[in-house]
Design a protein around this ligand. Structure first.
Ligand code: ADP
Ligand code: MG
Length: 500
C-alpha cells in the first residue's frame, strides 16, 4: 500500500477509463453565442460550488474554475477550456466528479464533454465523438457502484442513503506513514473482517489528512470482498439535511428504515452535527439500533469524541466505546512519499529536489500538497520543461507564505508583552488598567488573526476568559486600527515580528 502502483483496486472503476476523452475536436461544436437557460446555468453554478468544496480552492482554481459551460445537448453538457492540455487533464482527472455534481443538480445531465476552445484552429484532429456522451459517464457513476439500499427507483439521487464514492479514494492510493498508520490499519481491519472488530470505529484528525479517503477506501474494499453487505457512506451534513427534509414531508419512517437497514454505516464529519437536537437524537437512535444488531458503524470528525463541542454526552460516550484512531499531522517523510506517489501519476516529471522542497515547505495537509502539484504541473506544461526549485517557489509563492510559520498563542503573548513592556502574567490577570488591558486585547486579536484557534480556546489561554470577551477584543481592536494610527502601527509591527 505504501507505494501505489497507479491503478485502483481490481473490481473498482479503473482510473484509466476516464482517459478515453482525448480528442474532442478543437471546437467543432463551437456554438456561436450558444446560451444556456438560466435554470441550467444556475444548476451549473451550484455544481461548481459543490466541486469547489470537494476539491478545495487550489484545485478548483487550477482546473474547474476555468471551465465554461457552452451548451447542453441531448443530456450532454459541453464544457470548454482554453487548451488541449487542460482539457485532457481535467477530463482524465475530474470529469466523473463534474458529471456527478452536475447531475446531482440537474438529473437530465447524462454526460460531460470537454472541448478545447482557444488552441490553434484545426490542430486537434480526432473526432469529438470519442469523448462519448452517456456511456462513459454512466459506467463510472460511482453512485451505481455503491450498493443501494433503497427500493424506490427514481432519479432523485437522494433516494439512496449513500453518497457516491470517489473512485480515486482506495487503499491502494493511500500512502501510509507514521502519522496515519493506526487509522489506516484500523480501517483495513474493519473493511476486511468478517465480524465486527470494534464498534464504532471513530477516525479523527485535521482537515485534508485523509479521513474521507479512508472511509471511501473501506467502502470500496467491503464492496469488493463482500458485495452482499450493504454499505452507506454519508456526510453528517447530508444526513441532517435529509432528516430535516423527511420531517418536513412527514416521511421519517422511510428515513429510519433506510438507514437502519444497512450493514455498514459511515458518517463523515460528525462535528457538523453539533447543536442540532432532533437530528442528533435520530442519529443516536439509528446508531444504537445498528450497534444493537451488530452492524458496523464508522464515524469521522475533526476532533476526538471528548473534544467535540455541541454533541450530546451520551453520543460522545458511545463514540468512545469502540476504537478511536487519530490521523496526525503529516511528517516530512510522509509528505515526500505522498508527493512522489502522486507525481508519478502525472503527465509531467518533477525533479526530486523540487518534491523535497515542496515537502519541506508545505506542511499543512495533503490537500494542499495536491494543490501544489497541480499548480506546478500546469506551469511545467506551459513552459514545456522540468521545473526548478526557483520556479516552484515562484509558482507556489502564496501557498508557501501561508505555510511559513506556525504561530502559537504563547508566542503572540510573549511578543505583545515584550512590545508593551508588561508581564506575561498580565495576559491572564484580571487587571483592567488600560496599560495592560489594551495589550491583552491586541494579543487576543492577533491570536484570532494569526492562529486557527477558536474563540473559546483563545479565551482559555487568557486566564479562562469567556469567548465573548475575546470577540469583543477582536472587534475593539479592529475598530481602533481603523481610527488610531498608533495602535495600527503597533499591531503591524507585531504581525511582522510574529510572521518572522
Ligand atoms: P479529510 O477528509 O481528512 O479532510 P481527505 O480524505 O478529503 O481529507 O483528503 C484530502 C486529499 O488528500 C484527498 O484528495 C486525499 O486523496 C488526499 N490524501 C490524504 N491523505 C492521503 C494519503 N495518506 N495518501 C494519499 N492521498 C491522501
Ligand atoms: Mg473529509
Amino acid at each position: 500500500m505504501e507505494k501505489e502502483t497507479g491503478g485502483t483496486s481490481p473490481g473498482i472503476a479503473p482510473a484509466g477509463t476516464a482517459r478515453g476523452i482525448s480528442g474532442g475536436a478543437q471546437d467543432k461544436a463551437a456554438p456561436a453565442g450558444a446560451a444556456v437557460s438560466p435554470a441550467v446555468s444556475k444548476a451549473w453554478a451550484r455544481a461548481r460550488a459543490g466541486l469547489r468544496s470537494e476539491f478545495g480552492g487550489e484545485a478548483f482554481r487550477s482546473w474547474i474554475g476555468p471551465l465554461t459551460l457552452e451548451t447542453v445537448r441531448g443530456g450532454t453538457a459541453v464544457l470548454s477550456i482554453k487548451s488541449r492540455f487542460l482539457r485532457d487533464w481535467v477530463s482524465s482527472n475530474y470529469r466523473e466528479q463534474i458529471l456527478r455534481h452536475f447531475k446531482a443538480e440537474l438529473p437530465a445531465i447524462e454526460a460531460v464533454d470537454l472541448v478545447a476552445r482557444a488552441g490553434a484552429p484545426g490542430a486537434d484532429a480526432s473526432p469529438a465523438a470519442e469523448a462519448g456522451s452517456g456511456a462513459d459517464g454512466r459506467a463510472q457513476d460511482p453512485d451505481q457502484a455503491l450498493t443501494r439500499v433503497d427500493g424506490a427507483a427514481d432519479d432523485d439521487a437522494d433516494s439512496t442513503p449513500s453518497l457516491p464514492l470517489e473512485p480515486r479514494y482506495t487503499f491502494d492510493s493511500f500512502v501510509v506513514g507514521k502519522p496515519n498508520e493506526l487509522a489506516c490499519a484500523a480501517a483495513q481491519r474493519v473493511a476486511e473482517a468478517d465480524d465486527i472488530p470494534f464498534n464504532p470505529l471513530f477516525i479523527h484528525g485535521g482537515v485534508g489528512l485523509g479521513k474521507t479517503h479512508l472511509m471511501h477506501a473501506m467502502a470500496w474494499r467491503i464492496r469488493e470482498r463482500a458485495p452482499w453487505r450493504r454499505v452507506a457512506y454519508i456526510s453528517a451534513e447530508k444526513f441532517m439535511y435529509r432528516f430535516i427534509r423527511a420531517l418536513r414531508f412527514k416521511d421519517t419512517l422511510a428515513f429510519k428504515e433506510q438507514f437502519r437497514s444497512v450493514d455498514v454505516l459511515m458518517i463523515d464529519d460528525v462535528q457538523f452535527m453539533s447543536d442540532k437536537g432532533a437530528t442528533q437524537e435520530e442519529f443516536f437512535h439509528t446508531f444504537n439500533a445498528l450497534m444493537d444488531e451488530r452492524r458496523q458503524v464508522v464515524v469521522s470528525a475533526d476532533k476526538s469524541p471528548s473534544d467535540l463541542s455541541g454533541i450530546e454526552e451520551r453520543l460522545v460516550s458511545r463514540f468512545n466505546w469502540g476504537l478511536v484512531a487519530d490521523v496526525h499531522p503529516t511528517t516530512y517523510e510522509l509528505r515526500l512519499s505522498i508527493l512522489q506517489t502522486k507525481a508519478a501519476r502525472m503527465p509531467c516529471r518533477f525533479p526530486d529536489k523540487v518534491l523535497e522542497f515542496v515537502a519541506h515547505k508545505i506542511q499543512s495537509n495533503v490537500r494542499e500538497l495536491e494543490g501544489a502539484l497541480n499548480r506546478m504541473a500546469a506551469h511545467a506544461s506551459l513552459i514545456g520543461r522540468d521545473l526548478t526549485i526557483e520556479m516552484a517557489a515562484d509558482v507556489l509563492k502564496d501557498m508557501l507564505r501561508a505555510n511559513e510559520r506556525h504561530i502559537t498563542i504563547e508566542e503572540i503573548q510573549r511578543s505583545v508583552c515584550a512590545h508593551f513592556n508588561i508581564k506575561m502574567t498580565d495576559m491572564s490577570s484580571a487587571r483592567r488598567a488600560r496599560a495592560v488591558a489594551r495589550p491583552r486585547q491586541i494579543a487576543m486579536y492577533l491570536a484570532k488573526m494569526l492562529t486557527s484557534r477558536s474563540l473559546p480556546e483563545i479565551g482559555r489561554k487568557f486566564g479562562n476568559r469567556d469567548h465573548t470577551t475575546v470577540m469583543h477584543a477582536v472587534r475593539k481592536i479592529e475598530e481602533l486600527r481603523a481610527i488610531d494610527p498608533s495602535i495600527n502601527e503597533d499591531v503591524e509591527i507585531l504581525i511582522r515580528t510574529l510572521r518572522g
